[in-house]
Design a protein around this ligand. Structure first.
Ligand code: ADP
Ligand code: MG
Ligand code: MG
Length: 503
């Protein structure tokens, strides 16, 4: 191909290897999609492409990298080649995207349902309680926001035990990697083309991924509806954010394609300079804010003092379009996911029986601890902890409890020896995804490992009063992690950015 020497590797690669993954069971070693030697040869090519095309993050080793763009750059952790994914599952996930958008929107409009479903959580989890307080406050004062903007990512894994595609969760706040994820698809097409004749892999099996354009377009649509071309988008960010390039992919697109200016502020900075006006608009310095796009605010650590809560409250009171609104934020909590899975509850929000059935098909088993019937599941989970995941009301990865830790946590909660309570958690059926082999590339180093993948489908939604203006699927993200780690998350260091090779 001319990209790198091909003389040393003569093994031809067959995409059958991908099929094997799905035929094999958990105990059988799968072969990987290209031989190790070939994979290692093409690593420099991948690293160069990633760097040239902005698949970047701030390097932990460089102090300024989370603060000053353009300093201490390192490529984001990626897989060298795309991972196999069943086409039928992929199509199913895409078909579900507009349905989940509608579901989140319907749930978000039902204030009583949100408050009631989260009432026990409120007593057990201070963070959720604060969010609910903001929700109550703005209901009391009268909601000023007329336009709603959803930038969601619904995450799934294929489950070997049931053969089904099961939803892990839906993210309604700070859904990340629309920016970098769509670039990784470009990387993988390039890599498959690079290997060229030495495999029968076909870059056409890697589906289009326009997630970054889709997110920017939805923000721009909402912005235009708001009706003040002089206004700006406020991106609320964490201080020292090393995943800033994923975010800059969206803000630079907004400027270049739509002429919309984006300013970045931390919650603490918003607190210092935001002003709420008589007409319910709010401003930061000379900027009137049309859209608040939260890439912070989902984690209790984002609120080290009352200042940050004041900033959030001020923004929620305003008529700016919050992405997400406080009600969208609450609708995306794990407790609501579990509540919707109860018999008949989802069906209250989805009018077409056919749609409700499609959504339900991807629900894993979910249990709360609200009534005596559900308490039996505690005993089941103590006896078989590997069949469950115990989840608190948190986002951003690294918070769930697995295996033996589930057993000890549940026993501790039963004995009441802790300030913690059952009401802060939900239990979920553990999903067992198929295992394949991935060439993980981190910090320039390739490592071959057994891996599992989680598919995220990005979707956008815009509603003005009662009119739905946008409701679409815009792209995807595959995150792949070593099969022996429980948690996912690219930012948390477990997973790499990947894309799908449809089989
Ligand atoms: P967060 O909001 O922190 O991302 P998730 O519910 O997505 O929380 O859980 C984090 C990670 O834990 C997922 O990306 C996935 O790798 C793993 N995980 C979550 N739920 C399950 C499950 N039911 N079965 C297997 N793994 C799971
Ligand atoms: Mg999440
Ligand atoms: Mg997640």
């Amino acid at each position: 191909t001319g990209h790198f020497p091909s003389t040393t590797v003569t093994v031809s690669v067959n995409s059958e290897a991908y099929m094997e993954v799905f035929r094999s069971d958990l105990s059988i070693e799968s072969t990987g999609i290209v031989p190790q030697e070939l994979a290692e040869q093409i690593v420099p090519e991948a690293l160069a492409w990633a760097s040239l095309h902005g698949i970047l993050m701030g390097d932990k080793a460089v102090e300024s990298s989370g603060k000053i763009p353009g300093t201490g750059l390192v490529h984001a952790p990626v897989s060298l080649l795309p991972s196999p994914f069943l086409e039928s599952h992929f199509k199913q996930a895409i078909e579900l995207a507009p349905l989940f958008n509608m579901l989140v929107d319907e749930v978000s409009k039902n204030d009583e349902f949100l408050q009631k479903s989260l009432s026990r959580t409120k007593g057990a989890d201070r963070f959720t309680a604060r969010l609910l307080d903001i929700h109550s406050l703005i209901l009391q004062e009268g909601i000023k926001q007329e336009i709603y903007l959803g930038l969601h990512r619904s995450d799934y894994m294929a489950d070997l035990r049931t053969g089904n595609l099961l939803q892990v969760e839906i993210n309604t706040i700070s859904s990340s990697f629309a920016g970098l994820g769509s670039r990784v698809t470009g990387l993988h097409r390039y890599m498959v083309n690079c290997i060229g004749q030495r495999s029968d892999l076909d870059s056409k099996a890697i589906p289009e991924n326009e997630a970054a354009d889709g997110f920017a377009k939805a923000i721009a649509t909402a912005f235009k509806e708001w009706g003040n071309p002089q206004a700006v988008v406020l991106m609320v960010v964490q201080p020292g954010e090393r995943n800033m390039y994923d975010q800059y992919w969206l803000s630079t697109k907004l400027q270049e394609k739509y002429g919309i200016h984006v300013i970045r502020r931390t919650l603490a900075e918003v607190y210092k300079s935001a002003k709420l006006h008589e007409d319910n608009t709010f401003s930061i310095g000379k900027h009137t804010i049309a859209v608040v796009y939260y890439r912070a605010g989902y984690d209790p650590k984002d609120y080290p003092s009352e200042d940050e809560w004041s900033a959030r409250t001020l923004m929620e009171k305003s008529n700016a379009i919050k992405c997400p609104s406080i009600s969208y934020h609450l609708a995306g909590t794990k407790k609501i996911q579990q509540e919707l899975a109860k018999p008949g509850v989802l069906e209250r929000f989805v009018k077409k029986a056919d749609d409700a059935e499609k959504l339900r098909r991807c629900f894993a088993g979910l249990w709360g601890f609200d009534n005596n019937e559900e308490l039996q599941v505690i005993e089941d989970a103590i006896a078989n902890p590997d069949d469950f995941v115990l989840k608190p009301q948190r986002e951003g990865g690294g918070n769930n409890i697995y295996g033996e830790n589930i057993k000890s946590k549940l026993e501790e909660l039963k004995e009441g020896k802790t300030a913690d309570s059952f009401d802060a958690y939900i239990l979920m059926q553990r999903i067992f995804p198929p295992i394949h082999t991935t060439y993980f590339v981190r910090n320039g180093e390739p490592i071959t490992q057994k891996s599992v993948s989680e598919l995220g489908i990005f979707s956008t939604f815009v509603r003005k009063n009662n009119e739905v203006i946008v409701n679409e699927q815009v792209g995807y993200l595959l995150r792949t992690k070593a099969s022996d780690t429980n948690e996912g998350g690219v930012a948390t260091g477990f997973a790499v950015l990947d894309s799908v090779y449809l089989i």
